[in-house]
Write a protein that binds this ligand. Structure first.
Ligand SMILES: NC(=O)c1ccc[n+]([C@@H]2O[C@H](COP(=O)([O-])OP(=O)(O)OC[C@H]3O[C@@H](n4cnc5c(N)ncnc54)[C@H](O)[C@@H]3O)[C@@H](O)[C@H]2O)c1
Length: 333
C-alpha cells in the first residue's frame, strides 16, 4: 500500500467509465492494466481510449504527449486475474448489476495481493452491500468518478464501517496526485452527489409536468442562475451568502404551497434562532471574521465575472438551440 502512488493499477471493465479512469491515472504516470470480459475486448477498450485521447489532444484538452503516455502506461490484460495479480490499487467499473459486481469483486479479492486496495465505481449500490463479497473488506471502498472521468475533478470516496483508515488515506493521496478532488463520505444510498442531483431532478420534473416552464427554459434558468453559483460554492456557502433568515422565510411560502416536500430543516431553524444568519452576522454554516468576509465577497465577485466570461467565450450548449421533441413532431421531423 505504501507504493500505491507510483505503483500499478488495475481497472476491471474497459468501458466508458473504466476507459476514462484509465486515462486519468495513465496521464499521471501510473501503469494501468485494463481487463474486460475477454482479452480481445480489453484490447478494443485500450484502442478506443487511445483514439479518444487523440481527439482530446487535437481539441487542445489533453496535453500534447497524452497519446504517447497512454501507449506507454495502459496495458490490455488477458484476464481479470492477470490484471490484478500485481496491482496496488484495483478499480471495478463493470455494469451496474448487483450480482455481477459482487462476483467480480469476489474474483478480484481472491486474485489480488492481500495488501491491494479494492474500489468500486458503483453509481448507487451501497458499498456496505458489496463489501461482504470482498475477502478482506477493510481494504475495500467506493471510488465514484463522475462522467466524463478525465474532466470532472470531484470523486466521491465512500467508506463502509469496516474500511481501514489507511485504505482511505492512500486512496485520497492517489486521487489527489492524479489531479482529482477526493471527498470522503460515509455510505448512504445514492451517496451525496446522486442524492442531491436526483432531488433537484425530481423537482425540475414536477415544474415541467405542471407546465410552469419548458425543459429548455428550466435548464437555461438553472445553468445561468443558481447552477452558475454551484460551479464555485456549495449549498451551505450559498445559503450563508443569501442570509439564513431569507431562506427561513422562503421555506414558509414553499411549505404552504408544497407541504408534502418542503419544511424548514431543523438546522436552519436552530441557526436562525441563535441569530447566526450567515455572512451578514459573521456566522452561519461557516464562521468568517470580518477580514475573511471581505475576502469572500471579493473572491465571489471575481470568480463570477471570470466564469461569466468563460461561458460567453465557450458559447451556448447545443441544448440551448435544440428543438424540443414537440417542435420536431409538429414540423414532421
Ligand atoms: N456512465 C456514467 O455516466 C457513470 C458515471 C458514474 C459511475 N458509473 C458506474 O460505472 C460503472 C461502469 O459504467 P460504464 O458506463 O462504464 O459501463 P460500460 O457498459 O460502458 O462499461 C462496462 C464494461 O465492463 C465490461 N464487463 C462486463 N462484465 C464484465 C466482467 N465480468 N469482467 C470484466 N469486465 C466486464 C463490459 O464489457 C464493458 O466494457 C457502473 O457501475 C456505472 O453505474 C457510470
Amino acid at each position: 500500500m505504501d507504493n500505491i502512488v507510483t505503483g500499478t493499477m488495475a481497472i476491471i471493465g474497459s468501458g466508458y467509465m473504466g476507459g476514462g479512469i484509465a486515462q486519468v491515472f495513465a496521464l499521471a504516470g501510473t501503469t494501468v492494466l485494463v481487463a474486460d470480459v475477454s482479452a480481445d475486448i480489453a484490447r478494443q477498450g485500450r484502442a478506443r481510449l487511445l483514439r479518444d485521447a487523440d481527439d482530446f489532444v487535437r481539441a487542445g484538452i489533453f496535453p500534447p504527449d497524452a497519446v504517447a503516455l497512454l501507449e506507454e502506461h495502459v496495458v490490455a490484460a488477458d484476464s481479470l486475474e492477470a490484471a490484478v495479480a500485481d496491482a496496488d490499487f484495483v478499480e471495478e467499473a463493470v455494469p451496474e448489476d448487483f450480482a455481477l459486481k459482487r462476483e467480480t469483486l469476489r474474483r478480484v479479492g481472491a486474485a489480488a495481493r492481500g495488501d491491494a486496495i479494492i474500489a468500486t465505481n458503483t453509481s448507487a449500490i451501497a458499498i456496505t452491500d458489496l463489501a461482504s463479497a470482498v475477502p478482506g473488506p477493510e481494504r475495500f471502498l467506493g471510488v465514484h468518478f463522475m462522467n466524463p472521468a478525465p474532466f470532472i475533478p470531484g470523486v466521491e470516496v465512500i467508506v463502509h464501517p469496516r474500511t481501514d483508515p489507511a485504505t482511505l488515506a492512500a486512496t485520497q493521496t492517489l486521487l489527489a496526485r492524479a489531479g482529482k478532488v477526493p471527498v470522503a463520505i460515509k455510505d448512504t444510498t445514492g451517496f451525496v452527489v446522486n442524492r442531491l442531483q436526483y432531488a433537484l431532478f425530481s423537482e425540475a420534473a414536477r415544474v415541467l409536468a405542471e407546465g410552469v416552464a419548458t425543459a429548455q427554459d428550466i435548464d437555461n434558468l438553472v445553468r445561468s442562475s443558481f447552477g452558475f453559483r454551484l460551479a464555485l460554492f456549495g449549498p451551505f456557502a450559498i445559503a450563508d451568502m443569501a442570509g439564513l433568515d431569507v431562506y427561513r422565510a422562503a421555506y414558509g411560502s414553499l411549505q404552504s404551497a408544497y407541504p408534502d416536500r418542503f419544511s424548514p430543516p431543523q438546522v436552519l431553524d436552530d441557526l436562525v434562532q441563535a441569530g447566526d444568519l450567515g455572512v451578514k452576522t459573521g456566522a452561519g454554516f461557516f464562521r468568517l471574521d470580518p477580514a475573511q468576509r471581505d475576502q469572500l465577497v471579493a473572491y465571489r465577485d471575481r470568480a463570477y465575472a471570470a466564469l461569466g466570461e468563460l461561458i460567453r467565450n465557450l458559447g451556448p450548449s447545443p441544448h440551448m438551440t435544440a428543438a424540443a421533441p414537440t417542435d420536431a413532431s409538429e414540423s414532421g421531423q
